[in-house]
Ligand binder design. Structure first.
Ligand SMILES: Nc1ncnc2c1ncn2[C@@H]1O[C@H](COP(=O)(O)OP(=O)(O)O)[C@@H](O)[C@H]1O
Ligand SMILES: [Mg+2]
Length: 368
């Protein structure tokens, strides 16, 4: 099974929801579509499933034109966030459903269906739940059953749209590992939609980052984490500190910035923006400044510092609370970034300007 998507676009009225999607998925891969709400993930999944059609572009599976096929002829397994199991059917009948509605010629005999369901219950580690009704299950158990139902028909591709979105954090983490095991053991090809970075990175072989109907970056989780390709991906992955710098001979320069820990970049001289995570920058007390601690707030483990710098620039950084003892309000500092991504500064809205001052949200600690 190789799926190939080319130049796919989808419009609802004047809104372009998918703006030229190109993506290939190989047999046995687990690919995560990661992006904020509204970026077009569900629309793309529905088009693959045959529940929606694009305005232009191609979708082929092993060379076959899938846009010419109806949903029921594509052999897709689909699980949604709120998957409606049939409430009046026992778990085993829910799982069997897809097999019982196959055309007569393809439908297995009742005995074979029962055997297949028994196998799946065991495989999915829900064997004791076979005779329960959905109302007698936890949310996590229901999603396991939903996956069993999707797998029963031996799908060519498994599509999961935020399947764990409604569950609490610990159950989500358990189900993630369980799903990865099921995917590997079943040898399916899976596309998993999520807006949760950690979920995508932990589960997927490859992550596809989507923003506003476009693919911003495709890569292995570590690759994307270490090298976000665009300012959008950088911000989405939590590189929320944006420092205006000037690039000279591959080195970022700015008043009060010590760039010695940053590698040199093969980039043209000129105005640029250094993106980093709030924990990737160390404020070093320095009586000559030019940055000043405007606000210091403890979150328990961390000290969150609002720093004001040259040209009305304001950033928020975090240091371990114990390491930040000297960093009280009014203290002047210089900045030592430990990592970061540099992008040329653009004049359009995607470029980085100095972020506006915003109040810190946590409760102030009275003494450090
Ligand atoms: N049937 C529809 N009619 C009009 N707009 C839609 C329809 N379905 C989705 N949209 C719009 O398309 C955009 C992308 O939606 P969606 O694919 O659900 O994004 P995601 O799953 O990433 O949150 C949203 O702005 C949404 O409002
Ligand atoms: Mg969605």
């Amino acid at each position: 099974m190789t799926m190939s998507i080319a130049h796919l676009t989808r419009r609802f009225g004047a809104t372009e929801v998918l703006r030229g999607i190109d993506l290939a998925v190989d047999k046995g891969e687990l690919v995560a579509l990661l992006g904020p709400s509204g970026s077009g993930k569900t629309t793309l999944l529905k088009i693959i499933a045959g529940l929606d059609w694009p305005d232009a572009g191609a979708l082929t599976v092993d060379g076959e034109d899938w846009l010419a096929k109806r949903a029921q002829d594509r052999r897709i397994g689909f699980v949604f966030q709120h998957y409606a199991l049939f409430p009046h059917m026992k778990v085993r009948d829910n799982i069997a459903f897809g097999l019982t509605v196959l055309p007569k010629a393809e439908r297995p005999a009742p005995k074979q269906i029962a055997a297949r369901v028994g196998e799946l219950l065991h495989f999915l580690q829900i064997a004791p739940l076979g005779d329960r009704y959905p109302a007698e299950l936890s949310g996590g158990q229901r999603q396991r059953v939903a996956l069993g139902r999707a797998l029963a028909v031996d799908p060519r591709i498994l599509l999961l749209d935020e399947p764990f979105g409604a569950l609490d954090a610990q159950v989500r983490r358990d189900l993630r590992r369980w799903l990865r095991g099921v995917h590997d053991a079943a040898g399916t090809t899976t596309i998993f939609v999520t807006h949760d970075q950690e979920e995508a990175f932990e589960l997927a072989d490859r992550v596809v980052v989507m923003g506003a109907g476009r693919i911003e970056q495709i890569g292995r989780p570590d690759e994307i984490y270490d090298h976000p390709a665009t300012p959008f991906v950088a911000r989405f992955l939590g590189l929320t500190v944006e420092l205006p710098v000037t690039l000279r001979a591959g080195r970022a320069e700015a008043p009060g910035l010590d760039p010695s820990a940053l590698p040199r970049r093969a980039m043209a001289d000129g105005p640029a923006t250094l993106f980093l995570r709030p924990t990737e920058i160390t404020p070093v007390p320095d009586t000559t400044g030019p940055w000043r601690v405007a606000e210091a707030v403890s979150t328990g483990a961390l000290l969150r510092l609002g720093l004001e710098g040259p040209a009305d620039c304001r950033i928020e950084v975090e240091v371990p609370r114990r390491a930040g003892r000297g960093l009280t309000e009014g203290q002047t500092v210089r900045l030592r970034p430990e990592a970061g991504q540099i992008f040329p500064r653009q004049s359009n809205s995607d470029g980085a300007s100095a972020p506006a001052a915003k109040p810190l949200s946590s409760v102030k600690e009275s003494s450090l």
